[in-house]
Design a protein around this ligand. Structure first.
Ligand SMILES: C[S@@+](CC[C@H](N)C(=O)[O-])C[C@H]1O[C@@H](n2cnc3c(N)ncnc32)[C@H](O)[C@@H]1O
Length: 435
């Protein structure tokens, strides 16, 4: 295989992890762990435009079939949502964001299919979303009501945070960066007049935008989308010349949260460190919020049984990569097993072993110039037992029976959340793991 085409395939495999993440979030939404009405409107549009992004008709049918399965058969083969559901979902969203608050725990409008993700994956996905949301909220709450602030999401994929946050916080600007194809698909989904997802982003849809009806038209549409407070920008994060693309839409003197939710772990360690150093250098006041898997190292987590997947999740989600489970530490580390599983999909995750521990993740940030006193790194097991209020834990544990608590703990030990600030100190009531 020619090198270029091999690299294209690798990038395409990395892009596909976004749909894995989305499918896990849909499952937690339908189970009642999180309330995210936007996800119901986004997915049918994504299925439709994702299939238009594929050149061959034959391949596009296969893509559609896979997506239908990935989203639990809830959306028909044309990617359309049942029209009654669409109307209800739209109404629920309009009410929600007009009131300016998002009520977690409201009921989803889609009927729940029999088969969703396993309880372990749902619980892990909820914890991922919950803990990131906690820090995002703290960052926003620490700004004055009229102080302009920014969030820049690296490899934002089809995250719905911008839809939820922008209507609530008028001082916030949200910038999303991802590969061109991902941005094109998201842009079309946002601009679709039937679901009006452009409204919460303050995008004026009176413009001349035409949505593609076939692959040829899809190829020609732009991938960027802008409003006064929302920017969707196609970039390759491995090439720092993207600075030119973001400069017109960012104010580098504003307090900025740089979010990487399972994104920079797909870059080589050199490229991810260059990227972090780049943001540390261009932003006067910033905070990194990074969530990613940690594979362990030879002297950590010894003699544990490790669970690098149970065949029911996604590659970057707790518990989700293949059928290898309950293997002893003596035979292989969690990270090695996960890497083997990822390689079956032509995906590499270089940081998994290079920064496989909390200490090495912290050291990496010190080496790019952050103050050790302003870096907090916690594994998700610590977060689960120390950050979540008792009454929320009780609510969550009632949602479905989870037999595999040991498995959940082990999986949570292999994900970390990093909060590291410079130029200002993010006051956090959540203490990091002590190292
Ligand atoms: C696992 S998904 C996570 C998506 C989203 N952050 C979430 O948690 O739902 C990883 C995302 O990173 C993006 N990504 C990975 N490498 C990238 C690169 N070099 N340039 C731009 N985007 C990249 C992928 O396209 C994908 O959308």
């Amino acid at each position: 295989m020619a090198l270029n085409s091999y690299l294209d395939d690798q990038d395409s495999a990395i892009r596909s992890t976004d749909f894995d993440a989305l499918s896990c979030r849909l499952s937690t939404h339908l189970k009642g762990y999180i309330f995210d009405p936007y996800i119901e409107l986004l997915i049918p549009n994504l299925i439709n435009y994702k299939t238009l992004s594929v050149e061959s008709q034959f391949k596009s049918l296969a893509v559609r079939r896979n997506l239908k399965k990935q989203f639990f058969g809830l959306f028909d083969i044309t990617g359309k949502l049942d029209s009654t559901n669409a109307t209800t979902a739209q109404r629920s969203i309009t009410n929600t964001y007009q009131q300016g608050t998002l009520q977690r725990g409201q009921h989803p409008t889609l009927s729940r299919p029999q088969v969703l993700k396993s309880p372990v994956i749902n619980r892990g996905t909820w914890l991922r979303t919950y803990s990131i949301d906690l820090i995002v909220k703290q960052f926003i709450d620490q700004s004055e009501i009229d102080e302009p602030i920014q969030i820049i999401s690296l490899g934002s994929g089809n995250d719905t945070r911008a839809f939820n946050l922008l209507p609530q916080y008028p001082n916030l600007t949200y910038i999303e960066l991802d590969f061109e194809e991902t941005c094109k698909i998201k842009r079309c989904a946002i601009l679709n007049p039937s679901t009006k997802l452009y409204e919460p982003l303050s995008i004026d849809h009176t413009s001349e935008d035409t949505l593609p009806q076939n692959h040829e038209q899809f190829r020609q549409i732009p991938a960027e989308l802008h409003s006064s407070r929302y920017h969707l920008i196609p970039v390759d994060l491995r090439d720092l010349s993207f600075k030119e693309q973001i400069t017109p839409y960012m104010d580098f003197t504003r307090k900025t949260l740089v979010l990487s939710e399972c994104c920079i772990c797909y870059l080589s360690t050199d490229k991810s460190n260059e990227l972090l150093a780049f943001f540390k250098q261009i932003l006067e006041k910033g905070v990194f919020l990074i969530y990613e898997p940690i594979g362990g190292s030879d002297d950590s987590m010894q003699n544990e049984s490790v669970y690098a997947g149970n065949g029911n999740g996604s590659f970057d989600h707790p518990g989700g990569s293949s059928n290898i489970s309950n293997q002893s530490r003596a035979s292989s580390s969690y990270g090695e097993i996960m890497l083997r599983n990822l390689s079956t999909r032509s995906i590499d995750m270089p940081s998994l072993l290079s920064y496989g521990t909390i200490a090495s993740q912290k050291q990496r940030l010190i080496e790019i110039g952050l103050d050790a006193n302003h870096i907090g790194v916690s594994d998700l097991k610590f977060v689960y037992f120390n950050w979540v209020q008792q009454e929320i834990l009780e609510k969550v544990t009632k949602l479905e029976f989870l037999d595999e608590i040991e498995e959940l703990n082990l999986i949570n030990l292999h994900y970390c959340l990093i909060v590291a600030s410079w130029g200002f100190k993010l006051q956090s009531k959540f203490t990091p793991y002590q190292i």
